[in-house]
Design a protein around this ligand. Structure first.
Ligand SMILES: [Zn+2]
Length: 319
């Protein structure tokens, strides 16, 4: 489907997204058993979301195929998700990204003594790489979005591979610090990606991971879900994902919720004890709420207006 048509379809409530998808097993525990947690996403579009019955990891069902996701991230994503119409990242994005990069860099301070080899997995417009490079570290980025990868190279002079992570090859132990900030939730195989990052990590290296907390507070359960987030993590699922990748939370860092800095486990990878009824417990968290009531409340008009104002303000500021 042409890019613009798909983008328009992706804005219309009560219709499906422009994708076919396929059934998948849970990428954390491999189970096929699932419980439906939502039939709608935050735009009130039809999108089925399930929780794995065994481990409670949440995913889109059916899952977009590799080709569908690759095409989405190569171009359509920034337009669809952030209304980024120009080649340059929007001002509000750059501001937020700079703030996030500074906070992440400060938080990881114990890992940054001396000169470190740093990989930002999903480096976006490159603000974190720029900060680390300025502080004297050797930096490398991976970013599938063409315009953001190009922007970070030109604007900050940093090295970024413009491709998907499956295409990237590094020697084992190549990096002292790897960060994946709000990236894993976008991947079809987030736990496989964590395993790969664990291989790239030096023995005393650290991996910072932050994802949205699927159990965080929202007025309506469907407001948690969005097409771009094909997996949604609970804090427990993220710790388990680390465990199967041979990692454990590093106590030197502030870890909480779904923001965790991992180190390598001396004992290597292990299969977690999934416990009883994790999936049912997670599914019970998402009480069904009525999209129709939300529509009638007019709340969506306020949300749409806020989004429009942000974008319009950004465009006017540039003109
Ligand atoms: Zn599972």
């Amino acid at each position: 489907m042409p890019k613009l048509l798909a983008t328009i379809q992706n804005q219309i409530p009560l219709t499906r997204y422009a994708y076919r998808g396929e059934a998948t097993d849970c990428n954390l525990c491999g189970s096929q058993h699932k419980l439906t947690v939502s039939q709608t996403d935050r735009r009130l579009k039809t999108l089925k979301t399930v929780a794995c019955e065994q481990c409670g990891l949440i995913r889109t069902d059916p899952m977009p195929t590799d080709a569908e996701l690759d095409a989405y991230y190569a171009g359509e994503y920034r337009l669809d998700y952030q209304f980024a119409f120009s080649k340059k990242p929007p001002r509000f994005h750059l501001k937020r990204s700079q703030r996030d990069a500074e906070a992440r860099f400060a938080m990881l301070e114990p890992a940054f003594s001396g000169t470190k080899r740093v990989l930002d997995f999903g480096s976006g417009s490159g603000e974190f790489l720029a900060l680390a490079a300025k502080a004297g570290h050797k930096v490398q980025g991976i970013e599938p979005g063409e315009s953001f990868a190009a922007f970070s190279r030109v604007e900050y002079g940093v090295s970024v591979q413009n491709t998907v992570w499956q295409q990237v090859e590094f020697q084992p132990g190549s990096f002292d610090v790897i960060t994946a900030n709000h990236v894993l939730e976008h991947l079809r195989e987030p736990v496989s990606a964590m395993k790969r990052m664990a291989e790239w990590l030096a023995e005393d290296g650290v991996l910072f991971v932050s994802v949205p907390n699927a159990l965080g507070k929202r007025r309506h359960s469907f407001q948690h879900f969005h097409f771009a987030h094909v997996y949604n993590f609970t804090p427990q699922a993220l710790i388990w994902a680390g465990l199967v990748a041979g990692l454990e939370p590093d106590p030197r860092f502030m870890n909480g919720g779904t923001t965790i800095t991992f180190r390598k486990r001396k004992e290597g990878a292990a299969i977690p004890h999934w416990g009883e009824g994790q999936g049912r417990w997670v599914a019970a968290h998402f009480e069904p709420s009525s999209p129709l009531r939300f529509l009638l409340s007019g709340r969506w008009i306020v949300d749409a207006f806020r989004r429009f104002r942000k974008v319009a303000g950004d465009s006017l500021a540039r003109a």
